[in-house]
Design a binder for this molecule. Sequence first.
Ligand code: GTP
Ligand code: MG
Length: 456
Amino acid sequence: MSLKDTIAAIATPQGRGGIAIIRVSGSQALEVAKTLTGITPKSRYAYFSRFSLNDEVVDEGLLLYFKSPNSYTGEDVIELQGHGGNIAPHRVLNAVLSIPGVRMAEPGEFTRRAFLNNKLDLTAAEAVEDLISAGSESAAKAALASLEGSFSDKLNELTEDLTTFRMRLEGCLDFPEEHEDFFDSGKAEKDLIKLKTLAETSLKIASQGVKLNEGARIVLAGSPNAGKSSLLNALAGTEKAIVTNIPGTTRDVLTAEIEINGVPVTITDTAGIRDTPSDEIEAIGIKKAINELKKADLVLFMIDGSSEAPDAHATLKKILNYEVNPSHILIIVSKSDKERCANTKALLESEPFANMPKVMSSTKVDGGLKELRQELSNALGIIPSEGVFSARRRHTLELQETINSIQRAIDILETGDLVLCAQEVREAQDHLGTITGKVTSDDLLGKIFSTFCIGK
Ligand SMILES: Nc1nc2c(ncn2[C@@H]2O[C@H](COP(=O)(O)OP(=O)(O)OP(=O)(O)O)[C@@H](O)[C@H]2O)c(=O)[nH]1
Ligand SMILES: [Mg+2]
């Protein structure tokens, strides 16, 4: 894959639609325009034209030209806006690709070139893809904030402060007498603590950004008839799952997309877990249920509070055996509109249930899920806050490393080893640089851009 090639791709989704855009970027873009339309376009002008190759008209539409460096990629870019559908855009793309030196773009290659040509930093480049795949309004807003620089501004500010600090530190090493006050007043330590706090604030916001971006998975589990499918329907606001009073109604895995404080959440209903399935189908359903549990961020373990629950303890044990983290389990005591069963109440007050978080719920009365909704948000660690920017796990890991380096620099200050201290500050800067792309490797870029869609 050479960055010198001219690349092309359909930038709009597959399927029926009014318009499809074929994007071409690279030194031959203008030649492609001339070959297909006979026009030598002026930058930022639109031309209506036929698109033809060897006298055959492949489509017609608009030609746009963005002259380097004022384009998305920073290179010469043309857009051919033709008709949508399953065939027409491919006819235009094939015509473009038949021109020697033009090849199909790799996933994310347009944005990769934009990054390499300094049109945007790495957090903004990642935000482009996050915006495209946003699963909720809040996630889209956060991705746009990152794209517009909210995240990188914070990181750049912190990097600049770290640079200033390091310059003073290095000044102390070279000219100790001129910088005495820096250490005498304990200013250096105060400065570092301030920088650490700044990094911690960014980490907090970024962690929320990761949640918005990735969404969360909740899985409903428990004995048959506990009310799992009813809860899925109530949370999703549709009658998605079949509900009956026959134990073993749900067999297959069913999912619904919901939103909790702006975070897109996939909620999964599963077959009730029991040792004596009524047939082979239910047995397969139970196996599938257990598989889902392993993928959950949060398992809602449902226990019908109005009836005896003799299997609850054994079922919980089974779940814990399947690599489910106990801190990822929330006990839902369902059917709270009905009279509570004294034995089940006692069971829930005894070990191991006594110390587990519990919430009462009812899908039969108004407001029966109010407490549950709030608890779901808490259990998933969602803190609704203004000014969230989208972020990824690699960002939060690097921010944590930044904080660790600053903390080490603080600890070293006490020993008076300023060289080592400066080294830790430098490391903190490098971790920040890995987030924005100032410090980067081909491997990292390959990993990031390969998950993009083609044409972006
Ligand atoms: N009173 C009352 N009944 C409920 C409530 N939730 C569910 N039910 C009833 O309990 C029965 C079982 O509900 P489901 O939602 O099908 O239970 P399930 O856990 O999905 O059952 P399986 O699919 O068999 O594992 C149905 O008759 C529901 O109407 C509730 O909050 N209050
Ligand atoms: Mg069910």
